[in-house]
Design a protein around this ligand. Structure first.
Ligand code: AMP
Ligand code: ZN
Length: 478
């Protein structure tokens, strides 16, 4: 199946062809680790995790190299370290651990590489040196600046004219700049800030060169796909592209540029500086990670997405519905003798739904349409179980699991999913009542057994008896 991806640079959706199918490279700009990341920061995490999964499916797990960086040199990290009186690494490690735990809870696979700025200084200094040697950068007053006049295509990625970029960059035009749009590659550190050695004086890198050097070090330039939020197109990615080309990495820095739309709260982009944030760290105390992941994929990744209760609650219900069909189908199959488990048959409805889901995903990650395919599969599965079509149930169930798990869903056992909503106290109480009911039934004390069933029902718990014992789940919401 061909994967088509929308490329910000050519402004078109194109069939994706990696330079080398045995070594497919993907890089995504990650967070600055000075605080808990908000749920908007996890939109690119989940979107590009889905892409990573699709690429692994297409080219093989070992063929795809995914680097998602961490910015661990930043004024905000310095400030927080100073406030707490600890080294900067204490701050960045603390919030990197929290970020990785949140990402894992949202079903994101660990990227192949997680490069950090502090571990890339030699590559950064080397790339700046290459730019100076190629007359694309110049040193001035302890700084090194990229010379935007050296790159004729500057502005091509974002589609901006030069005067717009100067205004957009909102730079205080420093006197040592040859051109107002020139940007910093290296600068002196302020007193008390961490600094590193360079041929242009001790100091620290600019933001844009960090990513270019991390890509070069982790994956090698050029790469197949570069991703990030839409806010990064200008100036960050425009500058990365200019640096990469001028440092001698060929005309194509990244073959495809992909950008996710904003996650908004109200009418505005969710952002730490505006303070309108919901933290993934808090949300996952209230909702299963898969429900948050579903909510983040509920809209097409290039469109803005509004974060409200109307996004997360239906996401949870959608997954409840899929898990319930799965649970019922497993219960149905458990009652069928192995000898009756004939496979075969076309099951066209199930196969068509599966194909529709896969086609949607490969069409520039059309997740809303892919979700519709999952529901069609679930409907087929439910009908097959009602019609006692054993082969149909087996086929549809396998396809549903494969299709959903490719997207990072239905990764729990149904029972664990439904009981996950119950707190430990309720779980203990339900288990005790089920044991008492078992005793009552063994003693043929039917009134007592019925009373306990009613008590469980009042706790919103449904008990299902089977030859191997009773299991339970939280009841479906009316
Ligand atoms: P930051 O920590 O702000 O540099 O962001 C880390 C990543 O999250 C970048 O790829 C940003 O583009 C992305 N991002 C930040 N805020 C949002 C948002 N509200 N919606 C979608 N993506 C975002
Ligand atoms: Zn970046």
């Amino acid at each position: 199946m061909t994967l088509s991806l929308y490329d910000t640079l050519s402004r078109a959706k194109r069939p994706f062809a990696p330079r080398d199918p045995d070594r497919v490279t993907l890089y995504v700009c990650g967070p600055t680790v000075y605080n808990y990341a908000h749920i908007g920061n996890f939109r690119p995490v989940v979107v590009f995790d889905l892409l990573f999964r699709l690429l692994r499916d297409l080219y093989g797990e070992d063929a795809v190299l995914y680097a998602a960086n961490v910015t661990d040199v930043d004024d905000k990290i310095n400030r927080k370290a100073a406030e707490e009186g600890v080294p900067i690494a204490t701050i960045s490690n603390r919030y990197l651990d929290a970020y990785n735990a949140d990402a894992a809870a949202l079903g994101a696979l660990r990227p192949t590489f997680q490069p950090r700025v502090t571990e890339t200084m030699d590559a950064i200094v080397k790339m700046i040196g290459d730019l100076v040697a190629n007359n694309a950068a110049y040193a001035a007053e302890g700084h090194v600046l990229f010379d935007t006049q050296a790159f004729a295509d500057y502005g091509k990625l974002s589609g901006r004219a030069m005067d717009e970029m100067i205004a957009g960059a909102r730079v205080d035009v420093a006197p040592y700049k040859r051109h107002p749009a020139d940007f910093v590659l290296w600068k002196p550190s302020k007193p008390g800030e961490p600094e590193w050695q360079s041929p242009w004086g001790d100091g620290r890198p600019g933001w844009h060169i960090e990513c270019s050097a991390m890509i070069e070090q982790a994956l090698g330039l050029p790469i197949d796909i570069h991703g990030g939020g839409i806010d990064l197109v200008f100036p960050h990615h425009e500058n990365e592209l200019a640096q990469g080309v001028c440092a001698g990495h060929g005309p194509e820095y990244a073959h495809v540029w992909m950008h996710n739309g904003f996650l908004n709260m109200g009418d505005e982009k969710m952002s730490k500086s505006l303070g309108n944030v919901a933290l993934a760290h808090d949300l996952r105390q209230q909702y299963p990670g898969e429900a948050i992941r579903w909510a983040l994929l509920a809209g097409h990744y290039r469109q803005p997405l509004e974060w409200t209760g109307e996004l997360i609650e239906p996401a949870k219900s959608a997954l409840d519905r899929l898990y319930r069909v799965l649970d019922d189908s497993e219960r149905f199959l458990a009652g069928v003798p192995t000898s009756a488990r004939a496979s075969g048959g076309e099951h066209r409805g199930a196969v068509m739904a599966y194909d529709a889901e896969m086609a949607a995903l490969h069409d520039d990650l059309n997740t809303p349409l892919a979700f519709a395919g999952l529901f069609q599969l679930a409907d087929y599965l439910r009908s097959a179980a009602m019609g006692k079509d054993v082969a149909g149930v087996e086929r549809a169930r396998a396809l549903l699991l494969e299709a959903a798990q490719l997207m990072g869903f239905l990764t729990s056992e149904p029972q664990a999913w439904f009981q996950g909503g119950a707190d430990e106290g309720l779980k203990a109480r339900v288990e005790a009542l089920i044991a008492e009911r078992h005793t009552a039934r063994t003693d043929k004390n039917w009134p007592e057994a019925d009373r306990i069933r009613a008590e469980l029902s009042a706790l919103n718990v449904e008990v299902m008896d089977s030859p191997t014992g009773a299991t339970w789940r939280i009841k479906e919401q009316a």
